[in-house]
Design a protein around this ligand. Structure first.
Ligand SMILES: Cc1cc2nc3c(=O)[nH]c(=O)nc-3n(C[C@H](O)[C@H](O)[C@H](O)COP(=O)(O)OP(=O)(O)OC[C@H]3O[C@@H](n4cnc5c(N)ncnc54)[C@H](O)[C@@H]3O)c2cc1C
Length: 498
């Protein structure tokens, strides 16, 4: 049994379900409204499959006008909305609510503009992350942020989660690669933030939207930066007898001023699961494996590979393989990219955590995780974006065994507490969603959280977008705006009140 609590469904909304479904069919004619229970089952969960909930109705709009009309309708009638892209969120961000419209953006699947002069692609939000690269790769370009889910996840979802991937160490997360969006507010108003240019005027609202987890508006168009493919990219596989040595090697590579295109680490259980699954050629007699990719002009890459090899040797590396062809490089990565599904083959269920720590704390956190694994009696496999200090411990459990989900949740919460304790944060790239919602007070004070809710209130005063996600408690927006009157004196009396 899970301890997750969601807001109670609103009886008045549920009583109007038939009318709401009929109105949605008027706005989105054809097959864009799904209300039969068995057809809605495919939407009842996302990548965090531990939690399931049927939505009130699923709506798949095709045009911005339809999105605008749906949101205006919901805004005026106090109906909740859960935006959804491809539903691969690992934090339960797209988990439906029983009394909410699930607004699925998958039919927004067109590339709208490719502009090599400005090095941008403009796409609808349902285009997959890899779909952007596919649209430009024949001309030698690509889109850098590469979540392991890139064949499935949508660029709109990437913006909502500020997603990253192997190459984010050098090229940044989504936030560093998105230049503009079009979005629709709960009032139905369509607004544009940024464009093809660097840096927008006024407050950085684009920055605010990136990582806002479907809480502020629905993204209906995205303009991202594309990059020219590097002349060369080669990957090095380095094996170590301990995670501590591998962790020190990571710190020393960065300390030497080298920024690899990607630097990933896997521990023994993850190495074995990945090797069994895709036969990537990983050494099986090591405790930790580093994949370090160097990219750029060939001469520079050759030089840096030599430096990385020397640093690894100084840190006691036991094996070193350098890719000699593009096929071999891709094979090295195939194991890492398939690590999550590979772990899915050795355990009926797993929870994928996502904490970020200062790199130098890695040995301490790994040791802490081993202790927790014993305390909770559950195995853990580790996959890290080592260069970024972004950890993805995969906690293995069996949902069919009595209290294993509850134990896995408690284990995961303790790992994230440990990340915060050593100076890290609750999430690196998967978002807070429902998964880390109740841990927010571990990281933020009540006043911090209230400030964040005030931002939410400015966009969505009735908390209709994705309630129950991110914030452990919701306050009425009117309450947030309360004035503090001290001994009969209002602060700043010159400010006009309403
Ligand atoms: C096997 C696997 C591997 C993964 N690897 C990575 C990884 O390496 N790096 C990483 O960062 N993530 C990873 N993820 C997590 C996930 O793929 C990302 O968070 C991704 O960005 C989610 O995109 P999506 O389209 O599936 O969004 P969804 O899951 O549908 O939604 C995610 C959130 O975005 C909101 N949202 C979706 N579309 C919109 C929109 N158009 N407007 C406003 N809000 C919207 C939703 O409300 C929700 O809060 C992985 C997931 C899986 C299953």
């Amino acid at each position: 049994m899970s301890g997750l609590k969601m807001p109670l469904p609103d009886a008045a909304t549920l009583a109007r379900r038939a009318e709401i479904v009929a109105d949605m069919r008027i706005i989105v004619p054809g097959e864009g409204v799904v209300d039969a229970e068995n057809a809605m089952r495919v939407f009842e969960t996302d990548g965090l499959t531990a939690y399931r909930q049927l939505p009130m109705v699923v709506v798949l709009p095709e045009t911005v006008t339809q999105v605008s009309r749906i949101l205006k309708y919901c805004g005026e009638r106090n109906i909740k909305v859960v935006p959804r892209g491809a539903g691969t969120s690992l934090s339960g961000g797209a988990l439906p609510l029983a009394d909410a419209v699930l607004l699925v953006m998958s039919r927004f699947n067109r590339i709208l503009d490719i502009d090599y002069a400005n090095r941008t692609v403009t796409a609808q939000p349902g285009v997959t992350n890899l779909g952007i690269t596919h649209a430009v790769e024949q001309d030698g370009f690509y889109y850098a942020p590469d979540p392991s889910s890139q064949i499935a996840c949508s660029i709109g979802g990437n913006i909502a989660e500020n997603s990253g991937g192997v190459h984010s160490l050098k090229y940044g997360l989504t936030a560093s690669n998105v230049l503009g969006i079009e979005m629709v507010l709960i009032s139905g108003e369509v607004v544009r933030l940024g464009g093809k240019h660097l840096d927008a005027e006024g407050y950085d609202l684009l920055g605010l939207m990136t990582g806002s987890e479907g809480l502020l508006g629905v993204v209906t168009e995205v303009t991202v930066r594309i990059l020219k493919k590097p002349e060369t990219a080669r990957a090095v596989l380095l094996g170590f007898a301990s995670s501590e040595e591998a962790g020190q090697c990571v710190a020393d590579i960065i300390g030497a001023g080298i920024i690899p295109g990607g630097m990933e680490m896997m521990d023994r259980p993850a190495i074995h699961a990945a090797e069994d699954f895709v036969q990537a050629g990983y050494p099986l007699d090591v405790e930790a494996l580093l994949i370090v990719e160097l990219d750029g002009p060939a001469a520079e890459v050759d030089h840096l590979i030599g430096e990385v090899e020397a640093i690894a040797k100084r840190n006691g590396s036991t094996t070193c393989q350098i890719s000699t062809s593009e096929a071999e490089r891709m094979n090295f990565w195939a194991g890492r990219k398939a690590a999550f599904p590979a772990v899915g083959r050795i355990s009926p269920d797993y929870l994928c955590m996502d904490g970020t720590i200062p790199r130098k704390e890695l040995p301490k956190v790994l040791a802490g995780m081993r202790e927790l694994s014993e305390k909770y009696g559950l195995r853990v496999a580790n996959v890290f974006h080592a260069g970024d200090g972004n950890l993805h411990p995969l906690i293995l459990y069996d949902a069919n065994k009595d209290d294993e989900l509850a134990r896995a949740e408690a284990f995961g919460a303790d790992i994230l507490r440990l990340c915060v304790k050593v100076g890290g944060v609750l999430t690196g790239e998967h978002g807070v969603g429902v998964e880390k919602r109740d841990l927010m007070p571990e990281m933020f004070t009540e006043e911090d959280l209230n400030q964040q809710i005030r931002v939410k209130c400015a966009f969505d005063p009735d908390h209709l977008f994705n309630p129950g996600k991110v914030f452990p408690q919701l306050h009425r927006c009117a309450e947030m705006g309360r004035m503090h009157v001290h001994r009969g004196q209002v602060a700043f009396p010159d400010i006009p009140r309403f």
